[in-house]
Write a new protein. Structure first.
Length: 132
């Protein structure tokens, strides 16, 4: 799941997953690196991972996350995910140098309970109460 996050006062995006979810994400990043793009769905949210020259962006839309990264960032992500999955204990890694919407992505494996994290309105399963 994707959550707004703050680490020591610095805004970030948190990609929070259990082992299975992180393996799905790893597979999608690898496919984008090798083939140019990948699509997967988790918790009713469609994720598109796209290899695009010069990009380091995460776009949030209605029930959709588009991960646009150049090949260098995709390889960096893979290099960060591998040790997280090799460890038997929870952990996280930082991917810095994003262009938007923030500069840092925190990829976390088994550290946080989604119940205690905020959600992005764009990714809510239903429109917030009181909106039209």
């Amino acid at each position: 799941r994707i959550h707004p996050f703050e680490d020591m006062g610095v805004p970030a995006i948190l990609a929070n997953a259990d082992e299975d979810g992180m393996r799905v994400f790893q597979s999608a990043v690898r496919s984008a690196h090798e083939c140019g793009q990948a699509v997967f769905e988790l918790d009713g949210i469609t994720h598109r991972v796209v290899r695009q020259r010069g990009s380091a962006d995460i776009e949030l839309g209605p029930h959709t996350v588009v991960w646009r990264f150049d090949d260098v960032k995709l390889v960096e992500m893979l290099d960060l995910i591998i040790p997280m999955l090799d460890e038997s204990s929870p952990g996280h890694q930082y991917l810095d140098g994003l262009n938007s919407p923030v500069e840092t992505l925190v990829m976390s494996h088994g550290e946080y309970s989604d119940a205690h994290l905020d959600d992005f309105a764009e990714l809510a399963p239903f429109p917030p109460t009181g909106t039209t």
